[in-house]
Design a protein around this ligand. Structure first.
Ligand SMILES: CC(C)(COP(=O)(O)OP(=O)(O)OC[C@H]1O[C@@H](n2cnc3c(N)ncnc32)[C@H](O)[C@@H]1OP(=O)(O)O)[C@@H](O)C(=O)NCCC(=O)NCCS
Length: 137
């Protein structure tokens, strides 16, 4: 779990009946899709291009169940800047609308790669890489 002050709120979702699995919890595949989409939004915004693809989703932890009607907030943070790739640490948190309290439900890291028009990797623009130079590894 990262310090929340370093994380950016990307999007929010509500768990609906259609999103649930056989145990009445949010289906894991739906959560993966939400987190991947949110991370994609953040990666394209930061890298200032729509041509970013997911190349890796690291270990995913489903720490708490999400039930119908729960509000979910999805946060991201850049943790690594490569040449053509960027790695985001992602957290989904359930949000208690009465207390404002948030509880971590899912976390993972996702790697995106910038591609050209034929799908080959190309470098992320230098000024953007410069901005994150302390995260270049
Ligand atoms: C993304 C893709 C273009 C990368 O092609 P590639 O031949 O592996 O490219 P390279 O070996 O030159 O690596 C390019 C970058 O990707 C990174 N990368 C490739 N595979 C990776 C992996 N499994 N984990 C982490 N990073 C990876 C490399 O480290 C490199 O990063 P850098 O430039 O920052 O150093 C290719 O794997 C692809 O098209 N994958 C499918 C993407 C897709 O369709 N995603 C949607 C999922 S359904």
């Amino acid at each position: 779990m990262n310090d929340m002050k370093d994380m950016t709120l990307i999007t929010q979702k509500i768990a609906m009946t259609r999103d649930l699995g056989v145990h009445g919890n949010l289906f894991g595949g739906n959560m993966l899709s939400w987190v991947d989409e949110a991370a994609g939004l953040m990666a394209t915004k930061i890298c200032q291009t729509t041509n970013m693809v997911t190349v890796k989703m690291e270990e995913v932890n489903f720490k708490k169940p999400v039930k119908m009607g729960f509000s979910i907030s999805i946060y991201g943070q850049v943790v690594r800047m490569g040449r053509s790739s960027i790695t985001l640490y992602m957290e989904a948190r359930k949000h208690n609308v009465y207390s404002g309290e948030e509880t971590l439900v899912t976390s993972t890291k996702i790697v995106f790669v910038r591609i050209d028009e034929v799908g080959d990797p190309i470098p992320i623009n230098e000024p953007i890489r410069d901005k994150y130079k302390e995260l270049i590894k």
